[in-house]
Design a protein around this ligand. Structure first.
Ligand SMILES: *[C@@H]1O[C@H](CO)[C@@H](O)[C@H](O)[C@H]1NC(C)=O
Length: 291
C-alpha cells in the first residue's frame, strides 16, 4: 500500500505546485502573460518568473516589448528604474500607440543625461497622426536609484500623466473646440530602450558613451485596468471592477499638486513656445492652464 501511495502522492504534489505557481503568476500580473518582446532579442529579458523585465542597449541594438492586447481607454501603470550613471544619448520609453496612418499615441519618454545631470521626462500626445504637444519635466527624485510608478490615465474626457500618483500633465478632450482627441483607435502598450544621441541629450551635443554599454533599464508591476478590445477578449482586463479611471479628473488636491509640478519642475511647454507657433498657439493652449 505504502509503496503504491508514495509515487502517486509526489505526482499530486507536483501538479498542485504547478497549479499554485500559475495562479500566483497571473494574479500578480506577469510579463509573460501581458507582453511580447518585439526587438533586441536577448537584450530584453523577462526575469523572476515574469515579475521583472529588463531592457538593454549596446552599439548594435536597443530592445523593446509591446502588450499582447489592445485597449480602448484605461489606466496603465508601470514601475521603472532608469539607466544609471552616464545615460547620455539613451531614451527609455513607456507609451501607448495605435497603428497605421493617422495614429494616436500617448508618450512617456525618459531622456538620459551625463552623470550628475538630470533626466528629462518628455511627454507628448498624438491625435490622428499629429503630435507637437510636448511638455518636459525634471524630476524631484533620482529615477535611477529606485523604482517609481509612471501612469497614463486615458478616458473619453482627458489624458492624465502621473508620476508616483502625482499628476504632472492633463490633456483635455477639447473636441468641441476642434482639437482632435484619441478616442476611437485601440492602442497597445509599448516600451523600449534605444539610442537617440542625435537629439536626446542637451540637444544632441552629448553623445552615448559606448564604453559604458550595455545600458540597462528595468520594468516591473505593469497593470492595465482597462477596456481590452480585439479577438477573444473580455470587455475589461481587470480582475476587479474598479473603473474609477473612466471618469478620473483632478480634484482640489490634484490641482494643487499639478500646479506645483508645472511651476517647479516643468522645463518645456509647447503652449509657451510662441516662436514655434508664430501664427498663434494651438487651440487647446488657450484653455485654462491646468484643466
Ligand atoms: C541634461 O542636463 C542639462 C544640464 O543640467 C539640462 O539642461 C538638460 O535638460 C538635461 N536633460 C537632457 C535630456 O538633456
Amino acid at each position: 500500500m505504502k509503496t503504491i501511495m508514495e509515487p502517486s502522492n509526489s505526482k499530486l504534489c507536483t501538479v498542485a505546485l504547478i497549479i499554485s505557481v500559475l495562479v500566483v503568476a497571473s494574479s500578480a500580473g506577469s510579463f509573460y502573460d501581458d507582453m511580447d518582446i518585439t526587438f533586441g532579442g536577448e537584450r530584453a529579458k523577462i526575469l523572476n518568473g515574469g515579475q521583472d523585465l529588463s531592457l538593454s542597449l549596446d552599439q548594435y541594438s536597443g530592445s523593446g516589448f509591446q502588450s499582447k492586447h489592445e485597449y480602448l481607454f484605461g489606466r496603465f501603470d508601470m514601475q521603472l528604474k532608469l539607466v544609471p550613471g552616464n545615460s547620455a544619448g539613451t531614451v527609455t520609453t513607456f507609451y501607448l500607440s495605435s497603428q497605421g496612418a493617422g495614429h494616436d499615441e500617448i508618450d512617456f519618454e525618459f531622456l538620459g543625461n551625463s552623470t550628475g545631470n538630470p533626466y528629462t521626462i518628455h511627454t507628448n500626445v498624438y491625435s490622428q497622426g499629429k503630435g507637437e504637444k510636448e511638455q518636459q519635466f525634471h524630476l524631484w527624485f533620482d529615477p535611477t536609484a529606485a523604482f517609481h510608478t509612471y501612469t497614463i490615465v486615458w478616458n473619453s474626457q482627458r489624458i492624465i500623466f502621473l508620476i508616483d500618483n502625482i499628476p504632472v500633465r492633463v490633456f483635455n478632450n477639447n473636441a468641441a473646440s476642434g482639437v482632435p482627441f484619441p478616442k476611437t483607435q485601440p492602442m497597445r502598450v509599448y516600451a523600449s530602450l534605444w539610442n537617440a544621441d542625435d537629439w536626446a541629450t542637451q540637444g544632441g551635443r552629448v553623445k552615448t558613451d559606448w564604453t559604458k554599454a550595455p545600458f540597462t533599464a528595468s520594468y516591473r508591476k505593469f497593470n492595465a485596468n482597462a477596456n481590452r478590445v480585439g479577438p477573444n477578449s473580455v470587455s475589461t482586463s481587470s480582475e476587479n471592477d474598479n473603473k474609477a479611471w473612466s471618469t478620473q479628473g483632478l480634484d482640489a488636491a490634484g490641482r494643487n499638486r499639478i500646479r506645483w509640478v508645472q511651476n517647479k519642475h516643468m522645463v518645456y511647454n509647447y503652449c509657451n513656445d510662441r516662436q514655434r507657433f508664430p501664427n498663434g498657439l494651438p487651440a487647446e493652449c488657450m484653455r485654462s492652464k491646468f484643466l
